[in-house]
Ligand binder design. Structure first.
Ligand code: SAH
Length: 225
């Protein structure tokens, strides 16, 4: 019986095997070899099926070292950037995370494997609806999502120990700083579309935001409704 079921498993999901191999290679060469050390981040990237988050037709490229289209002119970040941002907010053992810019839902899923609950907001209604369906299909019961302008955060669930913003604003939205918990960590790209953007880390200490520059990045613009 065991042999039979093993044969059936490997025989009936050759594609799943292929994606699994591609994902393990991605984690080794793009994530671990480039210096990501946080165990929880690495384990989560090994688990989340990124090929189910990209636009149809791009599944075969899902584990490559670049961003990909997710529809509506938006993109899913390169795997390394997702890992880098996840590690930067030190998610292990944390309860509540807020993400602004759900997009495909990939970053939410990576966080949802580590923290208790992820709240995520997406301004494009079609993308928000697709992500909600994806969370349900994949069984992510600890992701709460909605469509709206994330500039104002999600006051009903604040404060958040973690905030991750995946679209570039010209200045850090004040409501997000206000909704960051004491000792909470927020990571976000800041800058103009034409000019340079910098990934920044905000840490709330004694009620004050301490801001550090992390690395130059390129994200889609933060929109307002
Ligand atoms: N985290 C996503 C990346 C999506 S790209 C993923 O893993 O796939 C960034 C997303 O931010 C886009 O979908 C864009 O529509 C959204 N966005 C831009 N401005 C926003 C705002 N003010 N509030 C919520 N979402 C916003």
């Amino acid at each position: 019986m065991i042999i039979l079921s093993l044969l059936l498993t490997s025989g009936s999901f050759p594609q799943a095997d292929m994606y699994n191999t591609a994902r393990m290679n991605m984690v080794r060469t793009q994530i671990i070899d480039r210096g990501i050390k946080d165990r929880s981040t690495i384990e989560s990237l090994k688990k989340v099926p990124r090929h189910l988050f990209v636009s149809p037709g791009y599944e075969g490229e899902a584990y490559n070292d670049y961003p990909l289209p997710i529809g509506y002119g938006q993109t899913i970040s390169q795997p390394y950037i997702v890992a880098y941002m996840t590690e930067a907010v030190k998610p292990y053992g944390k309860k509540k995370a807020l993400e602004i810019g759900t997009g495909s839902g990939y970053q939410s899923a990576v966080l949802a494997d580590i923290v208790d609950t992820v709240y995520t907001i997406e301004i494009i209604e079609g993308l928000a609806a697709e992500a909600k369906a994806r969370f349900k299909n994949l069984g992510y019961i600890n992701i709460i999502s909605k469509s709206g302008d994330g500039y104002n955060g999600w006051i009903e669930h604040a404060p958040f120990e973690i905030i991750v913003v995946t679209a570039a604003a010209e200045v850090i939205p004040k409501p997000l700083i206000d909704q960051l918990a004491e000792n909470g960590r927020m990571v976000l790209p800041v800058g103009s579309q034409a000019g340079n953007q910098e990934l920044k880390l905000v840490i709330k200490k004694n009620g004050k935001a301490e801001i550090k520059d992390l690395l130059p990045v390129r994200f889609v613009p933060f929109k307002r409704k």
